[in-house]
Design a protein around this ligand. Structure first.
Ligand SMILES: [Zn+2]
Ligand SMILES: [Zn+2]
Length: 49
């Protein structure tokens, strides 16, 4: 069973599989937005729209 953690982006509530392609982020978007303060996650995942 895959272990999941919450995406490391503060505004994101996606769950990420450990060792996924984007590290501790759910997507490339969150990875690039880690230095920005976003009020709302825009990663396009269903839970974040
Ligand atoms: Zn998100
Ligand atoms: Zn995310």
């Amino acid at each position: 069973m895959a272990e999941t953690v919450k995406c490391a982006h503060p505004a994101c509530s996606c769950m990420v599989e450990k060792g996924g392609p984007h590290g501790k982020y759910c997507s490339e978007h969150c990875k690039e937005a880690r230095d920005k303060i976003e009020l709302r996650c825009d990663c396009m995942h269903p839970g974040c729209r």
